[in-house]
Design a protein around this ligand. Structure first.
Ligand code: FAD
Length: 410
């Protein structure tokens, strides 16, 4: 029976980084992957372009993960975005930040990253077995002993759980790591899908489909939660909203949907203008050409379909001149232009979630090594842990950094 130094469960960004790091230390590494190919999710990242990481300093980076973010301090100190870039450069992948913030491989092809990691593992002699789903951990009271798949058992004193979360299950992550962690006594927090489109109650969005609205400000309109806000591009869909700002905001909203059923939002789609500024803007436009209809006037701020929808909502006739509208209609229209209400009622669940909010509780994991405090020899890395960041390379950076630490200490 072959004995390994380390068994890694899962060939995502975290698992492969851990495998390479451990193998570079001379460890005899076995990587088990349940799918027939490695790194399926990694290959799909960034729309196939792979937003590897970003240029934010560590403090700011961690702040974007919320109150749990500080857990990442040792991992980021050991393997920050510069180290990620250097690591990939050393294995033959150049990267750059075209917008000065988000870092991509210069090929803008996630396949380049995956091939380089695979090649590196091969060079280092990492043994990779695909189509092997780990179902059980083997351990005694003192330490880890190995893992069991449906076919056979594999033995090692160190096991790294790198199974990812629950999002996009077709790409392999189906939450297998949670029961594995629980089997040795770890706690798993509540789990919510994050980073996905949201469904809304209002039917008018359907008519505004495919319009991209830049720099939209989103707010939760619930007492004590008004501080929950985000800004960015938004796109209306057949039954809801999507786009970068929605992806980021979804992680705040899904726990609220679970709690309240519906979540009222307010949207500012007029580049942050308040009611007074909107009135001044419309008045200025009107002065240029007094024969303008209300619709023409609104089109100076918003796409036509959205302008029409807001006219209908406010009861204003889009073909009338703005000055001819009743005072009530005018006031309502301006109010809606400043803050348009929408009610989030649901989402597609984990099927469309790029990220899982929640995971293995951080309280029982050592941040300096990623080792379990519950059982010697058990390690975690990547999304399986209770940490999730917004869009922009945050989640891959965390996977790489935690994978690096786990590989260094196993
Ligand atoms: C479509 C999409 C695009 C994204 N784009 C970006 C982006 O551009 N930038 C960014 O930072 N983040 C992005 N993310 C998020 C990011 O991909 C993940 O956070 C990150 O890949 C998680 O890596 P991981 O190694 O922890 O898990 P995963 O990549 O999910 O890997 C886990 C692996 O474990 C395997 N596995 C699971 N259970 C078992 C088991 N029981 N036995 C054996 N193997 C098992 C799975 O098959 C899988 O291969 C994106 C996510 C999605 C879905």
């Amino acid at each position: 029976m072959k004995k390994y130094d380390v068994i890694i469960i899962g060939s995502g960004a975290a698992g492969m980084l851990a495998a390479i790091t451990a193998a570079r230390r001379g460890k005899n590494v076995l990587l088990l992957e349940k799918l027939s190919k490695l790194g399926a999710k990694l290959k799909a990242t960034g729309g196939g372009r792979c937003n590897l990481t970003n240029t934010l300093p560590n403090e700011e980076f961690m702040a974007r993960f919320g109150k749990e973010g500080r857990f990442m301090t040792p991992a980021l100190e050991a393997f920050d975005h510069k180290k990620v870039q250097t690591f990939f450069e050393e294995i033959g992948v150049e990267s750059h930040a075209p917008d000065g913030y988000r870092i991509f491989p210069t090929t803008h092809n996630a396949g380049t990253i995956l091939s380089a990691l695979e090649e590196q593992m091969k060079k280092l002699g990492v043994e990779v077995i695909c189509s092997q789903r780990v179902d059980e951990l083997i351990f005694n009271e003192e330490s880890m002993k190995g893992v069991k798949t449906q076919e056979k058992s594999y033995y090692a004193p160190h096991v790294i759980i790198a199974t990812g979360g629950l999002g996009y299950p077709v790409l392999g992550a189906e939450g297998d790591g949670y029961p594995l962690a629980e089997s040795v006594g770890h706690k798993v927090t509540e789990l919510f899908p994050a980073m996905m489109p949201l469904k809304v109650k209002e039917n008018w969005v359907e008519n505004c489909r495919a319009d991209t609205i830049a720099k939209v400000e989103l707010r939760v309109n619930l007492p004590k939660l008004k501080k929950l806000q985000a800004k960015g591009d938004l796109i209306f869909t057949k039954n809801g909203i999507r786009g970068p700002v929605v992806l980021d905001f979804a992680r705040e909203v899904t726990p609220l949907i679970a709690r309240y059923g519906e979540v009222p939002l307010l949207l500012n789609m007029t580049k942050g203008m308040n009611e007074e500024q909107i009135f001044v803007h419309l008045k200025k436009e009107l002065d240029k050409e007094s024969s303008q209809t209300t619709l023409d006037l609104l089109k100076t701020l918003l796409p036509e379909s959205l302008s029409r929808a807001l006219c209908t909502l406010s009861g204003a006739d889009p073909q009338l001149g703005f000055n001819k509208l009743s005072g009530v209609n005018r006031a309502e229209l301006i109010k809606l232009l400043a803050w348009t209400p929408l009610t989030v009622t649901g989402h597609e669940g984990f099927k469309m979630a790029m990220i899982t909010r929640g995971g293995v509780s951080l309280k029982e994991i050592r941040p300096e090594t990623m080792e379990s405090k519950v059982l010697k020899g058990l390690f975690f890395c990547g999304e399986v842990m209770n940490l999730d960041g917004p869009c922009g390379g945050y989640n891959l950076q965390w996977s790489f950094a935690s994978g690096y630490l786990a590989g260094l200490h196993c």
